[in-house]
Design a protein around this ligand. Structure first.
Ligand SMILES: [Zn+2]
Length: 271
């Protein structure tokens, strides 16, 4: 049985500079990678950061070059790397945080020195640690599908992205969970999460009486959030800065969308 430690709020990314042998505390920079989604099966953040720091430090010392390490909970890619002149960029599954010395050496040989023979040691280790690889998409994935009964959100996002953003918005998109049956005073038709780059659209919009241009408008609005992050106004957060609102009004059916929302919000709330 596998125990699941505290939910880590984000995979750890660690950067280490190689240290001269005499220096026992090499300069290191701890940071968190805000990009990939977070999984419960990643060890607790403090533990992961600590282990990742010492792993990166060992690799950097071994290779004599800076190592930028990101720890993942990938299902298919356990190790990937890019050798840049300034540093080795390495992405490792969290199983490697507990790897024995010969395996760490194999990582250095394989990723840092390009010795493909070391791949065998890595393959064996990965095979042995197979149970630590997440097998299934978890519950939050299941409820996060772009496929609706009436609207396919990924198609809508891609069309808007080409038409209004030169393909520059990078966000996953899906329908939110169907909320519990209780009276609501307000409804959030869409939400954008900067951490995970996810757009969630309220499932009430996946309905034949909702016009396509209105779903387009809500998705468009959430995509704008990636372009115009909230700013700090005097004493408050401004979620929709002036530039955001200007771009929003440039949506071709802006007036119609606002009017549709006003006229149909009550029906949406009751759905
Ligand atoms: Zn908004």
């Amino acid at each position: 049985m596998r125990s699941v430690p505290t939910l880590a709020p984000g995979p750890a990314a660690v950067e280490c500079l190689p240290s001269p042998v005499s220096d026992s505390s090499p300069r290191q920079l701890l940071l968190f990678d805000p990009q990939p989604r977070v999984r419960a099966r990643i060890p607790a953040r403090e533990v992961a950061v600590h282990k990742a720091a010492s792993l990166a430090q060992n690799l950097a010392r071994d290779l004599g070059m800076p190592v930028r390490l990101s720890v993942t909970d990938n299902r298919s890619t356990m190790i990937s790397f890019r050798r840049a002149p300034s540093a080795l960029r390495l992405r490792l599954h969290h199983m490697f945080l507990d790897a024995p010395v010969p395996v760490v050496q194999a990582v250095a040989d394989y990723a840092g020195r390009g010795r493909s023979g070391a791949g065998r040691v890595l393959d064996e280790f990965i095979k042995r640690e197979q149970p630590r690889i997440r097998q299934e998409r978890d519950a939050s994935d299941e409820s996060f599908s772009p496929e609706g009964r009436f609207f396919h959100l990924d198609e809508i996002r891609d069309t808007l992205n080409d038409r209004f953003f030169q393909g520059g918005v990078r966000a996953s998109i899906g329908w939110g969970r169907v909320p519990g049956r209780r009276r609501r005073k307000s409804i959030r038709l869409g939400v954008y999460d900067h951490q995970t780059r996810e757009i969630r659209i309220h499932p009430a919009l996946d309905h034949p009486e909702v016009p396509r241009f209105f779903v387009d408008f809500i998705v468009f609005h959430e995509m704008l959030h990636q372009l115009f992050p909230s700013s700090n106004g005097p004493g408050r957060r401004v979620h929709h800065p002036r530039a955001f609102r200007a771009r929003e009004r440039a949506f071709p059916l802006y007036e119609a969308a606002i009017a549709w929302e006003r006229q149909n919000l009550r029906a949406l709330l009751q759905r």
